[in-house]
Design a binder for this molecule. Structure first.
Ligand code: NAD
Ligand code: UGA
Length: 457
């Protein structure tokens, strides 16, 4: 480990905060992670982690054991500790779609209330352009109230681009690190450069820019990615009615380096804690600035419709009334390798299955517990009472089912025994929201197969 590790505090121990804290500790820094949620801190202090994220438990444990990574609910302690204070709390959508900054500003105020020496306050949360100014004002206000207006601090924007399910890899080997600093704030710029140096072999991957551009870059990136997905989803509907295959088209366009192969998969709609909320927030910002975004409105509308695509396909076969039918559902998390259920397309499907009176046997490799929690909220009753049984294996889900619906592309769903599937499913039918299988192979196995943007068979 490096001898000159920095003292770092991370406020908010969710997906981003915990990964940031653990990965910075791994590079030899001394990190204290703060959360207001005592349950999370208890889990972390007893050697567990509150989320499912590949590779994270190992680095949390080893760095905690080495004394470089600590977890606390004690604000005074956390403010005293770090020269660098990361704010990594949630920024959920407000009623009007704009980002709710109350947690960010509460964190900023707690720093201003308690700091006794120079701090770099780093906005890691996804926040609208202008938030750094609000953070600065909140800290300055607290300092003024204590009669410490002269105490120096810097505010930095350092948006995070990690993906859930690959968070540790993304953080440790970033495509780029964006750092927004005030012009002339060499002290903060220098600290940020040395903090990230161990993660960036290629120096031009550290992009230092002005704060507003850094804040805006985060929304631009997520909006661009969400736009690609909605565009492919829209094309997939057209492909379907015309008899083209969106998978062939995807490969056909992705080989052009100007387009690129990533994030071109049509599917059951994008979910997760970020694309939906960031698209909304950008739309809101645009409207507030007198430039309503037609693009963002369309991206959102296409996605809302796409989350209905599986239910629509089921209705195309079974009509409007699904009473007496039993459906196996594979995959509940919004994407593989996470237990995150936020805005998951499975929730829209399950609500529709329940509404139309179907019985459901659902399986997810890791999200079952989280699914039970959010479904109870969505449905207003325990999932079992609504006809949803959460089972412990993919095979168990098939028992007694008429058809299978695939919502999330977990690896273990990629190569099932098709003969066994055909004999287990009463109607020998699969609705695939992630295009996991070759239609021709399905036909040969005697299965009816409806997927996204490809001819039915
Ligand atoms: P999260 O909900 O998983 O975690 C946020 C945590 O902050 C919670 O544990 C909460 O208890 C804690 N918290 C709230 N107020 C606090 C306070 N005053 N002091 C201490 N702790 C406090 O959120 P997340 O998914 O980690 O996202 C955090 C931010 O990062 C959001 O702005 C999000 O848009 C952004 N982001 C998320 C991802 C992702 O993949 N999840 C990726 C990039 C950016
Ligand atoms: C996304 C971005 O990829 C990250 O760079 C960003 O940091 C993060 O949001 C954030 O700001 O929080 P994440 O939501 O974790 O990461 O997951 P993605 O892999 O982007 O998937 C988002 C959704 O899009 C999933 O529901 C996924 O199924 C869907 N998707 C993704 C598609 O439908 N098609 C694709 O080609 C790719």
């Amino acid at each position: 480990s490096r001898a000159h590790g920095m003292k770092i505090t991370v406020i908010g121990t969710g997906y981003v905060g915990l990964v940031t804290g653990a990965c910075l500790a791994e590079m030899g820094n001394h990190v204290v992670c703060l959360d207001v949620d005592a349950r999370k801190i208890d889990i972390l202090n007893s050697g567990g982690i509150p989320i499912h994220e590949p590779g994270l438990l190992e680095i949390v444990r080893s760095n905690a054991a080495a004394g470089r990574l600590e977890f606390t609910t004690d604000v005074a302690r956390s403010v005293a500790h770090g020269t660098l204070q990361f704010i990594a709390v949630g920024t959920p959508p407000d009623e009007d779609g704009s980002a709710d900054l109350q947690y960010v500003l509460a964190a900023a105020r707690s720093i201003g209330r308690l700091m006794t020496d120079y701090k770099v306050i780093i906005d890691k949360s996804t926040v609208p352009v202008g938030t750094a100014d609000k953070v600065r004002a909140a800290v300055a206000d607290e300092l003024a109230q204590r009669g410490h207006s002269g105490m120096a601090f810097s505010v930095v924007s350092n948006p995070e681009f990690l993906k859930e399910g690959a968070a540790v890899a993304d953080f440790t080997r970033p495509d780029r690190v964006v750092v927004g600093v005030d012009e002339g704030d060499d002290r903060a710029a220098m600290l940020m450069r040395s903090l990230y140096a161990p993660f960036i072999r290629n120096r031009d991957r550290l992009l230092v820019m002005d704060i507003k551009s850094a804040e805006f870059t985060k929304y631009a990136a997520n909006a661009m990615l969400a736009t690609r997905i909605s565009f492919m989803n829209e094309l997939s509907r057209l492909a379907e009615v015309m008899g083209a295959d969106i998978e062939a088209v995807r490969i056909g366009i992705g080989s052009d380096p100007r387009i690129g192969t990533h994030f071109l998969y049509a599917g059951a709609g994008y979910g997760g804690s970020c694309f939906p909320k960031d698209v909304k927030a950008l739309a809101r910002t645009a409207a507030e600035n007198g430039l309503p975004s037609q693009m963002m409105a369309a991206v959102e509308a296409v996605n809302d419709a796409q989350k209905q695509v599986l239910a629509r396909k089921v209705a195309s076969v079974y009509g409007e009334d699904w009473r007496g039918k039993t459906f196996a559902v594979w995959g509940l998390a919004f994407k593989p390798n996470t237990d995150d259920m936020r805005e998951a397309p499975s929730r829209v499907l399950l609500a529709e299955l329940v509404r139309r009176g179907a019985q459901v046997r659902a399986y997810d490799p890791v999200a079952a517990e989280e699914a039970a929690r959010v479904l109870a909220l969505d449905l207003g009753c325990a999932p079992e009472q609504a006809g949803i049984t959460l089972v412990n294996s993919a095979t168990e889900a098939l028992s007694g089912a008429d058809a299978l619906i695939i919502v999330t592309e977990w690896k273990e769903f990629r190569t099932p025994d098709f003969e066994a599937l055909a004999s287990a499913l009463r109607d020998r039918r699969i609705f695939d929201g992630r295009n996991l299988y070759e239609p021709a192979l399905m036909r040969d196995s005697g299965l009816h197969y409806l997927s996204i943007g490809r001819p039915a068979c």
